[in-house]
Design a protein around this ligand. Sequence first.
Ligand SMILES: *C/C=C(C)/C=C/C=C(C)/C=C/C1=C(C)CCCC1(C)C
Length: 266
Amino acid sequence: MPELSVFQFSLVYNMLSLAIASMLGSFAFFVMARSQVSKRFRPALVMSALVVGIAGYHYWRIFGSWDAAYQLNDAGTAYLATGKPFNDAYRYVDWLLTVPLLVAELVAVMTLPKGKRGSMMAKLIIASALMIGLGYPGEVTSDPTMAVVWGILSSIPFVYILYVLWVELTKAAEGESGEVKVLLRNTKLLLLGTWGFYPITYILGIEALGLVGGATSVVALQVGYSLADIAAKCGYGIMIYAIARARMASAGEELDEHAAVPAPAK
Ligand SMILES: *C/C=C(C)/C=C/C=C(C)/C=C/C1=C(C)CCCC1(C)C
């Protein structure tokens, strides 16, 4: 771990803290928002809550690991490595659990025919596991050539997932009008914008490529992934909620609770 300036250390420290707060806040929101959607959309909200819950826990652990890996020097001018390794595996374990859930969430609000939904989810979940499984050895290797090779291999399932979701979201939007159509289009853009951030951050993190310096590389990696995670998990979950609400409005659907309330006695 390279020596960091006080600013660099604190930037990562505060970003990780922001990520924890975002995940916890979103968790509370998704749990409460469950009662604001009809039954068919509840699984999507439960998945959103699971994603930010799992990520919140992992960010807590990453935060602790970051704090333990560095110590302020006696002069108070820089942060030096304590020798305790910073554990980056938390991030990849987190993605291994949350990316399939994020994909499933989106498929759940696309309202596909049942048979198609299952097979598409299965393919996308396998591709997600491959993308993350192939990315991890590249993230931890100190050999820049291997980092590039693993990065390229991981990008194959990455492109496949984005392609399938893009095509399916475009199809799903065709039969829609008004707000649902706009939301589906915005979800496509959010997906591309946030997921596209990960490989860029990965490249910045390969120190030997020399795109940014050693310390900057470490900082860019943590800040980049944290920002991308906040957008791809919290922001995306809110989009899913908005799509569910707009679909209910366009179908004239009531909340089930309302239907269950007995008519007032005359
Ligand atoms: C909540 C976490 C999410 C949405 C994580 C998404 C992660 C990716 C899209 C990662 C992609 C990668 C590549 C395409 C190549 C380099 C290695 C990865 C794993 C960073």
